[in-house]
Design a protein around this ligand. Structure first.
Ligand code: GAR
Length: 204
């Protein structure tokens, strides 16, 4: 597989994916491109230092999401990308984007979906919701992306306990450790053909 990884910030999951591919944890797979939709995404500098093709397509630079996605799709296709990892990418992708990669689009979410998913449930808001709900367990989910946000078929989930006195930050750190294991694990399953994407739901 040739992966395109989409980020919006730090990119620690992207780094874990790059390293897992280099180490053969994800067999026969390379990260062929890293894309950010924010100029301030610090993960892009790390990717460039690794010699990876990078592209920055700021939300603000485009009239609408369709125009931005068209530019991103063109760049990913130029790099020969055949599967896409959303890794802390804080913009919902369209059915047309998913179709451009034949449904081979994965996402990571920092909770045990279907708990605490859906539009607006990103980053710290997810961990805050776990604490408010009084959950005793949380975790992360890697799933196929479908047009319904955070509702695509689940590939891997890993759980962690919620401890008394946890804060959003302590919870985020505990979940992030599992995220860096779970994404490579899910990609290895895809690379080995253990799981396949759901049927494509739209055409360009
Ligand atoms: C990760 O915790 C990821 O699960 C979350 O953003 C963080 C990105 O960190 N994604 C979402 O909330 C998407 N709904 P990273 O940039 O260090 O990988």
């Amino acid at each position: 597989m040739r992966l395109g990884v989409l980020i919006s910030g730090r990119g620690s999951n992207m780094q874990a994916i790059v390293q897992a591919c280099q180490q053969g944890v994800v067999p026969n797979t390379t990260v062929a491109a890293v894309v950010a939709n924010q100029q301030a995404a610090t993960g892009v500098a790390w990717a460039a230092e690794q010699g990876l093709p990078t592209g920055v397509y700021p939300n603000k630079a485009y009239a609408n999401r369709a125009a931005q996605e068209a530019a991103i799709i063109a760049f990913l296709q130029q790099q020969g990308v055949d599967a896409v990892c959303l890794a802390g990418y804080m913009r919902i992708v369209s059915p047309q984007f998913i179709a451009a990669f034949a449904g081979r689009v994965l996402n990571i979410h920092p909770s045990l979906l279907p708990r605490h998913g859906g539009p607006g449930m990103v980053g710290q808001a997810v961990h805050a919701a776990v604490l408010v709900a009084g959950d005793v367990e949380t975790g992360c989910t890697i799933h196929w992306v479908t047009p319904t946000v955070d509702a695509g078929p689940i590939i891997v989930q890993q759980s962690v306990p919620v401890h008394p006195g946890d804060t959003v930050d302590t919870l985020a750190q505990r979940v992030l450790v599992e995220e860096h294991i779970a994404y490579p694990k899910a990609l290895a399953m895809v690379a080995k053909g253990v799981v396949a994407p759901p049927a494509v739901v739209a055409t360009l």
